[in-house]
Design a protein around this ligand. Structure first.
Ligand SMILES: Cc1cc2nc3c(=O)[nH]c(=O)nc-3n(C[C@H](O)[C@H](O)[C@H](O)COP(=O)(O)OP(=O)(O)OC[C@H]3O[C@@H](n4cnc5c(N)ncnc54)[C@H](O)[C@@H]3O)c2cc1C
Ligand code: FES
Length: 350
């Protein structure tokens, strides 16, 4: 009788919470969901030593994306679900199958796992697309795309989208990578570069190619998109600012920016996680890092203040935004755990 009651209780709970329903459904088939977006990997290619390019067919809940946006992709590594942002390289007009290319980092948990272990048939968690590194609805005529390494994905999405739209203005893509063997899209880009209005140039920085300089751009174009390492983005931003075109440049960085240091004596006090009852002596790192070290698994994605998936309520205490250095102690405030460090005693509702 009590087993029956438990079952009935679970069903009622499931009926009240769509996410709980999806937990039940995934036992039958992880691609059958009520609200969650998931994607089945249908092809996997390892085109270079460091990258994996894979295609994912999303469940019906996925509503498409704008070229240049990112999606949070989650995968289970050693029994724990981890989430990272990845930008589909697909044209925005191709919504039924999303292509991602992930570059693995030597000590990168998720990127190395995908590079080494992802197989066709695997099911990944997905979120709706987000991000503002996108083309305006009214397409500018002359567009510059500048990318470095893994930063090729959102700019390729923009290029493929423009090609699908038969864009007639000029599109110039300048891509920096280590050498010829480190370029997963070389043959496709060469083909695209044969179109009369598309110019593609690669710079192989470990085969004698120089890093970005103002001479790399004859003209600024009507709008430019740059994505890659911080050093490349800084050089491109300087070039646009020096030539009076800062407002014509959009940039996106994949790596968390350098964090501001806290004032002396800030890393004191206790960080209390009120919902779980866990706590930690404040060591000055972000609240997300400290929560994970305390054995908690708060939701997270980009870990750099972009996706808002780590938002939680700071019930009391003061925190510092590690990107801006600003402090705030308004009670019951929503904060992003990945970019907030405690200043003294702090209580967070997780
Ligand atoms: C909006 C957005 C879009 C993105 N799109 C893509 C994409 O299309 N393809 C892709 O390959 N990656 C992309 N990334 C980066 C991706 O989300 C992960 O940060 C990256 O794969 C590293 O995750 P990891 O778990 O392997 O490393 P972690 O285990 O999280 O970190 C391990 C180490 O790697 C360093 N690290 C983390 N990220 C980077 C980075 N980007 N470059 C250099 N070092 C890093 C960390 O500082 C740390 O020392 C994107 C990031 C953002 C914010
Ligand atoms: S993890 Fe994306 S904003 Fe914090």
């Amino acid at each position: 009788m009590s087993r029956l009651k438990n079952l009935a209780g679970s069903v009622i709970q499931a009926a009240l919470s769509p996410h709980a329903v999806d937990r039940y459904l995934e036992l039958v088939d992880p691609m059958v969901t009520w609200t969650d977006i998931r994607g089945r990997v249908v092809s996997v290619e390892r085109r270079t030593d460091r990258t994996v390019t894979f295609t994912v067919v999303p469940t019906r809940q996925f509503e498409g994306f704008e070229a240049g946006q990112f999606i949070q992709v989650s995968v289970v590594v050693a029994g724990v679900r981890h989430t990272r942002c990845f930008s589909p390289a697909t044209s925005a007009h191709q919504r039924s199958a999303l292509e991602f290319t992930v570059t693995s980092h030597d000590d990168g948990l998720v990127s190395k796992h995908l590079r080494d272990h992802l197989r066709a048939g695997d099911v990944l968690g997905l979120t709706p697309a987000a991000g503002t590194f996108t083309l305006p609805q009214q397409r500018p005529r002359d567009i510059r795309l500048i990318s470095g390494g893994s930063g090729i994905t959102p700019v390729l999405s923009i290029l493929r989208t423009l090609v699908d739209e038969d864009h007639t203005g000029t599109v110039e893509l300048l891509h920096f990578c280590r050498d010829e063997s480190d370029n997963p899209y070389r043959s496709e880009l060469e083909q695209l570069g044969r179109r009369s209005n598309v110019a593609v140039r690669y710079v192989y920085t470990r085969s004698g190619g120089a890093h970005f300089g103002p001479a790399d751009l004859e003209s600024l174009g009507d709008l430019a998109f740059a994505c890659g390492p911080a050093s490349l983005l800084a050089a491109v931003s300087d070039c646009y600012a020096d030539r009076g075109g800062a407002d014509r440049l959009r940039i996106e960085e994949f790596r968390p920016p350098a964090l501001t240091a806290g004032a002396d004596g800030e890393a004191t006090g206790t960080l209390t996680f009120s919902e779980t009852g866990a706590s930690a002596e404040n060591d000055g790192r972000t609240i997300l890092d400290q929560a994970e070290s305390a054995g908690l698994l708060p939701e997270s994605g980009c870990r750099m203040g972009i996706c808002f998936s780590c938002t939680a309520v700071r019930t009391s205490g003061c925190t510092r935004n590690v990107l801006t250095g600003d402090t705030d102690s308004t009670p019951d405030q929503h904060i992003q755990l990945c970019i907030s460090a405690p200043v003294g005693d702090v209580e967070i509702a997780i």
